[in-house]
Each structure stands twice: as C-alpha cells, then as structure tokens.
Design a protein around this ligand. Sequence first.
Ligand code: SF4
Length: 365
Amino acid sequence: MREESGKYDGLRRPDDVKTVTVGGLHIGGEHPVSVQSMTNTDTSDIEATLAQIEDLVGAGCELVRLAVPDKEAAEALEKIVSSVEVPLMADIHFNHSLALKAIEAGIDGLRINPGNIGGRDRVREVVRACAESGVPIRIGVNSGSLEEDLAESFAGPTPEALLASAERHIAYLEELDFTDIIVSIKSTDVRDTIRANRLFARKYPYPLHVGITEAGAGSRGEIKSAAGLGAMLAQGLGDTIRVSLTGSPLQEVKTAYHILRSLGLRKKGPEIISCPTCGRTEIDIEAIAAEVGESLEGCQGEFTVAIMGCAVNGPGEASHADVGLAGGRECGLIFREGEVVKRAAEEELISALLQEIKKMECDQL
Ligand code: SF4
C-alpha cells in the first residue's frame, strides 16, 4: 500500500513510479512515503555517529544519510554499517574513491552526482561496483550547486535548469544501463522546487526524494518545509522525504511525520487535535494540550486524542477521537471510543485523560 490512509489523488500514479530498494527499505511504487534524515556528527567519530543514528531510529527515521567528506569518514563506515540495522546512505561529492570505499564498507545507498566525480571512467567504476553490490544511487540536484554552464544558459537556478542538471546526471547512469536511481531536485525557493519536481515527474519513472533545501531553523523552517512538501505530496510527488532544518536531525524526523500524518500518508504516532481556545474556554486547554503532547512525545501508537474547550464542538470532536476531553466550567468530560467514561474536576483532567490514553496502544505511558 502506498498510503496508510485516505484517498491517493496524485499527479503520477504509484504504479508509474519505479521501486528502488535501499537496504531493506522500498522507495517508490506502492510503498508508503518514507522518512529520512542526515546525521550532523563528524562521521569519523564512530561513537557519536552511532548514538545519533540510534536516536534517529528511535524517532522513526527509516533511512539515515551520512556525510563522507574524507578518508577518515570512509574508514569509519565499516564499523558504523555493521553496528546498525537501519539502511544507510553515504553522501559523497567529487571523489570517486570515497564512493568505492563506501561500497566496500557495505553501505546501502550512495548519494552522488555522477557528472561531478571526474569523468566517464570513474563513473563507470563506481556504477559497476554499485551494480555488483546492489547499491542504488541517489542523484541530488540542488539550486546552490547547479553547474555553472546551466546557470548561465538558463539565467539562474530555474526549475528548467535544475531539471536539465538532473537529466545530465541520469544520462551518465542510463548510458551504463544503470537504473537503480532515486532523484532529488531541491531549491531554496518553494515554488521552483515544486515546479522542477512536476517537470521531472512528467518525464521520468524514478522515485523522488523530496524536500526544501536549507529551509531554516525552528518554526520558520518547519513551516516552509510543510508548505513545499505538502504541495508536492498532495500531487503525488515524493516517495521519500527529508525535512532540512538548521539544528537537530531528530526534529527533522518529528516534523516529517507531522507533515505525512496531516496528509493522511502515514499514521505513525498519535494525532492530537486541540481547539484554538476562545472566549468560551473555561479550562486551561493550552496547558492540558502541552502536557499531553509532551507525555506522548516519541509514542508510535496510532490513535487520536481530542482536547476541546467547551460544549459547542467539544463533545462532537471528543467522541469522534479515540480518547477525548470536552471542557466545561472548571471541569470536563472524558470520552473513550465515543462514550463518556468520566467527569472530572479541572485539576484532575490531565491525569484522567492520560489514564484513558494508557489503555490505547501507547508505548510511552
Ligand atoms: Fe471555543 Fe469551544 Fe471551539 Fe474551543 S471548542 S475554540 S472553547 S468554541
């Protein structure tokens, strides 16, 4: 199943998209949109990198990318690869010998742009090693590193220029009969990213890794990513996503799941519905929503919780959710699976709500 819920209404049908497998992770075709991130430790610091990979996996990350900028990082890969189960992708620029080392170390995927690794012979060597080891290649076109000749002829990193760059890299691989390819085309401009990915999807069957590059820090970055990814995913563009935020990669994974859950594409983790509060609110909804959200941080269960302020929309939303709260004057009703199970005073509402949530498939409480 491509999606976990909801109707799929995309620009390209899932069966138009090739499935590429990185480690055990299937990307494309009917498979659910997967979540990936990138470590920001020094890859040659094996202990720190393994600790971060473990945290990422704990948050639900399904593919972890590591920067391999030098020999030390490449040498660390063997130990890292053999210590984890999650599929790993090495991110390598310009240096074909690092790519060969990564394949030797047992890496599951390579992010490399074939046009940038020093000529056809070197591309051939890397592609042969990838084909022999079953290692797919992700081509990553980025507005910040567009080839100069394309930037000149298209007058900047336009969507058409980004597509032309992707085409150039794909041609290197297809000429060698290598089609185990994933492509990403990213710009810091949301609309350009969307357009470039639309152009690509009309032309190629390769799965798309989508994201908004260098989206920024905190809520700015999250909102920019949600705007861009939401627009693309709703059109069926995107088989694996990375949210690029300045800061902790763990936040990238959490944000990615929020985006996918909002679109009904993944259900991992509880959905918390809470009302915006208004002049009718007579209990501290903000504090209740914050505490429940915090208690469920990291929970992978699939259920909905509604936290509502009053009798107008409260009972309706609370009874549609798996667990709900409808507030009244300094008190509230607790619902489970559509039925009122308790009436509690305001100071007892949080514990009463958490007690009911505990009865769901919650692995945090
Ligand atoms: Fe206001 Fe009630 Fe709606 Fe909350 S649920 S915003 S308190 S009307």
